[in-house]
Design a protein around this ligand. Structure first.
Ligand SMILES: Nc1ncnc2c1ncn2[C@@H]1O[C@H](COP(=O)(O)OP(=O)(O)O)[C@@H](O)[C@H]1O
Ligand SMILES: [Mg+2]
Length: 226
């Protein structure tokens, strides 16, 4: 059985001032294509640590991460970068949009790195901005958008390269209830229409409701729950 994402014996230890902080202990996690997996757990339990490792932004102390059956630690730095652009989209609590660029340019950014055909990229970025309900805001700079709109631009950007998986770390953590609801509906719609897979760390009980799979992070373990 090949999973979209799988970890085996994943362990992360931070070494702080001579003390070892074991944040993840021997974590075995699986995620299938087309799923919305949600990670909950107290603040400081290790959710971001886990997402950063499976997103290849950080390295595990021990254990392995497999994406479509391929072991990521066997990749060279260059392969990891390429893998990133082709397979992963990211969303964070704060949008991380580039402030000097318009919504459209921000969405196009991941394609730009791959030097894809510019007019093709523009067309796709415009379609994605339409999907997230921002056709009227394509020329706005991030500071000219509301918090909810910025997060939707970040979602469109995460979708730009048609990634197999979008990794989202508290994507609604900074939104009011109305905007959080809009974001949740979009995630659900993208999942239903395009089988877009998501791995989301969240405190938002309503995001947990739309999840197909739920996991809780506690005491270094990640366990599935219903
Ligand atoms: N770079 C680091 N060095 C040392 N400790 C860290 C580092 N990053 C996170 N931690 C610690 O690891 C624990 C888990 O953090 P984190 O993964 O951010 O939790 P969560 O996202 O669930 O709130 C926390 O106790 C945090 O202080
Ligand atoms: Mg976190």
């Amino acid at each position: 059985m090949q999973y979209l994402l799988e970890t085996k014996g994943l362990t992360k230890v931070y070494r702080e001032t001579g003390e070892n902080l074991e944040i993840l202990k021997n974590v075995n996690f699986q995620l299938d294509e087309g799923c919305i997996a949600v990670l909950t757990g107290a603040s400081g339990s290790g959710k971001s640590t886990f997402l950063n490792i499976v997103g290849a932004l950080d390295k595990p102390t021990a254990g392995s991460v497999f994406f479509n059956g391929k072991e990521m630690s066997k990749f060279s730095r260059r392969e990891v970068n390429r893998f990133h652009r082709k397979n992963l989209g990211f969303m964070f609590q704060f949008h991380h949009l580039l402030s000097e660029f318009t919504a459209l340019e921000n969405v196009m950014m991941p394609a730009g790195i791959d030097r894809r055909n510019e007019s093709e990229s523009r067309k796709r970025a415009l379609e994605l901005l339409d999907v997230v309900g921002l056709s009227e805001r394509t020329k706005h700079l991030p500071r000219e958008l509301s918090g909810g709109e910025r997060q939707r631009v970040a979602l469109a950007r995460a979708l730009m390269n048609s990634p197999g998986l979008i990794i989202a770390d508290e994507p609604s953590g900074n939104l009011d209830e109305k905007n959080a609801t809009t974001l949740r509906s979009l995630i659900l719609e993208l999942n239903k229409k395009f089988r877009q897979a998501f791995l989301i760390a969240t405190h938002d009980a309503q995001i947990a409701e739309i999840a197909t799979h739920r996991w809780v992070v506690a005491h270094g373990n990640i366990s599935a729950y219903q």
